[in-house]
Design a protein around this ligand. Structure first.
Ligand SMILES: [Fe+2]
Ligand SMILES: [Fe+2]
Length: 295
């Protein structure tokens, strides 16, 4: 617990995050950067970027609702302190992706209706499973659902997006790099804090494993929808990347994501996320359950 106290304290968070990698940034990026002209001048591409950003906002809103709920459920002060810092991180994530939506041309007053209209229904269900556990007051399931499942997913999705944006959209890539650093800390807390609690409450394992399978099912359905809708915009993004001289070889977990088909992209993302779930759940004494495969 001593390590735990210092590793996840508010002091450590201040040093690492606001006084560390976020220092002198605006929304996580260098001041003055803008969305590339290629996106802003092309309505289809801009709309696809809006749709993608909406999914990030929907996920981050769920994380904000879950982490703030978990503060009050936490059984000890160090966990409360960490979850309070996480609550602020998640609020920041909602804010920076909302600001990106506005930068992409959505009017401030239309943000909520745009998110409601465009959020993927499977992602909404994914969030409902997690928020149901928090509403039931189930701290252990809530932390597994949020800090292992939701954030394990977010972490890999952000990494993939960052890898595809590094050369063509430094503003978005830099914003993502701060969120990746935050998510890494959140996932670490989940693993470090929850293993001991699961040992004390082995009777909870079965229902937590069931929750993970349900959330994984909705996640895979979200990926399937997103990639099948995204074929045209991915092609467009690649043409633009090629025209601007970006690398044609970007390796991400063994797949060249600068050339892969949408099916291959979906497969490498799903495999990566599920592989991480297996490893992390194993470390906290849970057995990964394969979800049904969405139709
Ligand atoms: Fe987040
Ligand atoms: Fe997070």
């Amino acid at each position: 617990m001593a390590d735990f106290l210092s590793q996840y304290s508010i002091q450590r968070w201040l040093e690492m995050c606001p006084q560390g990698y976020l220092e002198d940034t605006v929304d996580g990026h260098e001041p003055g950067l803008q969305e590339p002209e290629e996106i802003m001048a092309d309505d289809d591409f801009r709309e696809a970027s809006i749709r993608l950003t909406v999914q990030l906002i929907a996920g981050e809103r769920a994380a904000l609702a879950a982490s703030s709920g978990l503060v009050n459920l936490a059984p000890d002060d160090p966990s409360k302190f960490f979850l309070a810092t996480q609550t602020l991180d998640e609020a920041r994530h909602v804010e920076i992706f909302t600001n990106r939506l506005i930068d992409l041309g959505v009017k401030k007053e239309d943000v909520n209706s745009t998110v409601a209209d465009m959020a993927n229904p499977n992602l909404v269900k994914f969030a409902e499973v997690l928020l149901g556990k928090v509403a039931d007051g189930d701290f252990i399931a809530g932390v597994v659902g949020q800090n292992i499942v939701l954030e394990g997913m977010a972490f890999s999705v952000f990494e993939l997006l960052k890898a595809t944006s590094d050369e063509v959209n430094p503003k978005f890539a830099q914003t993502l790099s701060g969120t990746i650093a935050d998510e890494r800390r959140h996932v670490g807390f989940g693993e470090n804090r929850i293993g001991g609690l699961i040992k004390q409450h082995p009777e909870k394992k079965a229902q937590i494993e069931k929750m993970q399978a349900e959330m994984s099912y909705h996640m895979l359905a979200t990926f399937a929808d997103t990639f099948s809708q995204g074929t045209d915009s991915m092609e467009r993004a690649r043409q633009l990347a090629a025209e601007s001289g970006a690398a044609s070889d970007v390796n991400w977990h063994g797949t060249n994501i600068a050339q892969a088909s949408t099916e291959e992209m979906e497969a490498v993302l799903a495999d990566t996320v599920l592989g991480e779930f297996k490893t992390r759940l194993g470390r906290i004494g849970l057995e990964y359950q394969s979800p049904k495969v969405p139709a």
